[in-house]
Write a protein that binds this ligand. Structure first.
Ligand code: NAP
Length: 497
């Protein structure tokens, strides 16, 4: 089973000990990054394992490998030797591991480590990218049976993560640590056990980062239930790009934990949906949410699709099936359930509605507005997309510019904002600034982070009834849960959010 390693990047040993105390219940191992310590502190490292009270890795990383060590190689070797010197017969008082880079060939250091039971991590770092020949690299790192081979490589895309996974499957018998650095590498950190990696490295928030993409120990341990992930654990996830402002991992992982379900929900950021599907198949992912910008792009790769996907032209949920991915759409029912509940009606008969935007979410909204018998106007920055979406429903359409204001006034009972403008990190953006609210409109924004967008705030200050996208999100996620798990959503757990 993989272990959680806490990367210690404090300037003093006292600070590193404080970090251990704050995270002790989440972590199994600590890595003392001697290169991050103040120079005076570096000569006091020998007693650190005894003070730490858990297995410690001794590491002195050079700048060229992503560390902070700027001194000469001779001084670095002396410092490593100092950390291993005067070993105690009780192994708990010595460093449990020493990290030696593949190019560091100093037999005396290796000898000192072996005599007193300090395991050698033979490491290779590529802070720029992932090498083509991962398997060959792993083989070259593996010198002696009791060593751990470590590759930490920057993933510049999800296909680098896929290649790392495939390499891990070719080397299942080897004791190893595999890390895909950077935001694309997050699945390799959460699913370290599936990657056959002995450790997943973490850093406490607020510390200078050990390596890009590291999660916090509490997040990995409590939120993703890292220590209970095994080969039997069902894996779900979400794919999109850049996938910053998503609540779905919190939603699903909280429900799985409260229900004691052996499942985990993992973010898979990627700009290439085909690569995601390849990795998902390799990792045996049971189902996934699909978000911006892949809701349409994923359709050609589906084995079958629900009626909702066919009519809306956007898919936000996929479920694994031996005959190929089954695609469906839960945004539509999530949206209409939320809006109807808010206005206390069963349909939108007689209502005149403006839909702002013509992307994936707007497709689901338009289909539901049509089904619920309203008349609508679609306005979009790219007018031709508004036209393409509006025509099949017989809706009016227009470009999102000053000319459309008079047009909007005729469709102003309900105004629904479906663009991503105003969503984190572009807080403050208002795609509808050209329109002055009268205060009589019901106004919905599909965005839920931030809770109140500039658009919604303006509507609320004008006296409109306003609704953000959180309730829709929860409703569509409940529907996804039912598709993923094949059972009713445990509604009583909603109060935990
Ligand atoms: P999408 O397919 O990428 O569509 C983006 C839409 O936003 C397009 O119409 C685009 O116009 C427009 N747009 C982007 N930036 C704009 C700007 N600066 N000014 C004006 N228009 C702009 O995205 P999506 O999947 O539809 O998602 C859109 C939003 O809905 C996101 O914020 C997402 O979080 C939210 N959403 C919420 C839920 C929920 O459950 N609450 C569910 C689904 C989606 P062009 O055509 O001109 O590019």
């Amino acid at each position: 089973m993989s272990k959680i390693c806490l990367c210690l990047t404090g300037k003093t040993l006292a600070h590193d000990l404080e970090i251990i105390e704050k995270n002790r219940k989440y972590v199994d191992v600590a890595e003392l990054r001697v290169d991050c310590l103040d120079p005076d502190e570096r000569f006091r490292i020998r007693r650190f394992p005894e003070m730490a009270g858990l297995p410690v890795i001794l590491t002195i990383r050079r700048e060229s490998d992503g560390g902070k060590y700027q001194g000469g190689e001779g001084a670095r070797i002396s410092l490593l030797a100092h950390g291993l010197a005067n070993a105690f017969t009780d192994p708990r008082l010595n460093f449990a591991y020493v990290d030696l880079e593949d190019y560091l060939n100093v037999p005396a250091l290796e000898e000192a480590a072996r005599v007193f039971g300090t395991k050698i991590i033979r490491s290779y770092h590529n802070i720029h990218g992932t090498d083509d020949d991962i398997v060959e690299k792993l083989k070259s790192l593996y010198h002696v049976g009791d060593e751990l081979a470590k590759i930490a490589a920057m993933a510049n895309s999800l296909s680098d993560v896929l290649r790392m996974y495939r390499a891990s499957q070719e080397m299942t018998d080897m004791n190893k640590i595999l890390i895909c650095m950077g935001p694309f590498g997050i699945p390799s950190r959460i699913l370290a056990d599936r990657f056959g990696s002995e450790f997943s490295y973490t850093t406490m928030a607020g510390q200078s980062l050990g390596a890009p993409g590291q999660l916090e120990p509490k997040e990995l341990s409590d939120h993703y239930c890292f220590k209970s992930i095994s080969n039997k654990t069902k894996v779900f996830g979400i794919t999109g790009f850049p996938l910053r402002a998503t609540f779905s991992p919190t939603f699903f992982n909280t429900i799985f934990k409260l229900e004691d379900t052996d499942a985990v929900y993992v973010p898979f950021p990627t700009d290439n949906v085909k690569t995601f599907l390849e990795l998902a198949e390799a990792l045996n992912v049971s189902g996934a949410s699909v978000t911006i910008p892949h809701k349409t792009a994923i359709i050609p790769y589906l084995g079958s699709q629900s009626e909702s996907v066919q009519s809306i032209g956007a898919c936000n949920t996929i479920i694994s099936d031996p005959r190929g991915w089954i695609g469906t759409n839960t945004d539509a029912s999530g949206f209409s359930g939320s809006l109807l509940n808010f206005i206390g009606k069963k349909n939108l008969k007689g209502k005149r509605v403006t839909i702002i935007g013509a992307g994936g979410a707007a497709h689901a909204v338009a289909a539901e507005v049509y089904r619920l018998e309203a008349r609508a106007l679609i306005v979009n920055r790219t007018a031709v997309k508004a036209k393409e979406l509006a025509l099949p429903y017989g809706f009016a359409w227009d470009g999102l510019d000053h000319h459309c204001v008079e047009h909007i006034k005729k469709y102003a009972d309900i105004i629904i904002q479906t663009t991503s403008a105003g969503m984190e990190p572009n807080i403050g953006e208002d795609p509808f600034a050209l329109y002055q609210f009268s205060g009589r409109e019901v106004v919905m924004d599909l965005i839920y982070t931030p809770e109140c967008t500039a658009f919604l705030d303006r509507a609320s200050r004008a006296g409109c009834q306003t609704l953000n996208g959180y309730d829709m999100l929860i409703r569509q996620a409940q529907a996804q849960y039912e598709l993923f798990m094949g059972k009713e959503f445990p509604s009583h757990l909603l109060s935990r959010f």
